[in-house]
Design a protein around this ligand. Structure first.
Ligand code: PEP
Length: 249
């Protein structure tokens, strides 16, 4: 049995007050939600979010972290800092980090290892851009992302990895991969992992789909047999929508 997971990536949204309101609205309506439910507020609101969700099923993740554990990296945040405020999960490799902050698969391999050294769960994002899909190179791209960023890991480390396949052309665009496209890629990802690590790892890793998931399309996507949940951007900013998506799993 794979763990079902819905994670909300708040990106650079919500001030302190809006964070408290959104968490309160979520907390009041968590009944009938299955699996793990994770929110990823901006760094400045992580400690507050951990405090507000204490004792509840809502978990708090960071949206990024640096691969070094301390040092002269102005503006960056390190794994021990996250650990010290009880943040136990981190999103790594989001396409916005790759595109706007030049994160490479090589840097991501280091970030993943550091997160694991600090016993954190990693939500690892990857996926092809539109031109790659149009040219039929999407499988190749995804395989390369997995190989370069994750295939240095020991098999046991995969217990801490959550994959989030996010076709870049579907993020924040309103354009969603069809349920069939999502299933096709998720099955392919499992096959790539199986050929490196064997069926046990491939069949137990949770693979989330991300890219314009909303209440109206969530159930069709989550019904696919290799889709274990979603990484949600825009729709995670409205409690009603995020909860409707969480209940669709
Ligand atoms: C994301 O940022 O990971 C994402 C999936 O965004 P959206 O749901 O807005 O497409």
């Amino acid at each position: 049995m794979r763990t079902k997971i819905i994670a909300g990536n708040w990106k650079m949204n919500n001030d302190k007050k809006a964070t408290a309101i959104l968490i309160e609205q979520l907390e009041e309506n968590l009944q009938n939600t299955n699996g793990r439910l994770i929110i990823a507020p901006p760094f400045t609101h992580l400690e507050q979010s951990v405090a507000l969700t204490k004792g509840s099923k809502l978990e708090v993740a960071a949206q990024n972290m640096h691969q070094a554990i301390s040092g002269a990296f102005t503006g960056e945040i390190a794994a021990p800092m996250l650990q010290s405020i009880n943040v136990r999960t981190v999103i790594l490799g989001h396409s916005e980090r790759r595109t706007y902050f030049n994160e490479t698969n090589h840097a991501l391999a280091e970030k993943v290892q550091t997160a694991l050294d600090y016993d954190m769960d990693v939500i690892f994002c990857f996926g092809e851009v539109l031109s790659e899909r149009k040219e039929g190179k999407h499988f190749e791209t995804v395989k390369q992302q997995l190989e370069e960023a994750l295939f240095g890991l020991e098999a046991a480390a995969w217990k801490k990895i959550i994959l989030a396949y996010e076709p870049v052309w579907a993020i924040g665009t309103g354009e969603t991969a069809s349920p069939e496209q999502a299933q096709e890629m998720h099955a392919y990802i499992r096959q790539v992992i199986a050929s490196k690590y064997g069926a046990q790892v491939a069949n137990t890793v949770s693979i989330l789909y991300g890219g314009s998931v909303k209440p109206s399309n969530a159930a069709d996507i989550f019904q696919q047999k290799d889709v274990d949940g979603g990484l949600i951007g825009g729709a995670a900013l409205k409690a009603e929508d995020f909860l409707a998506i969480a209940k669709a799993i």
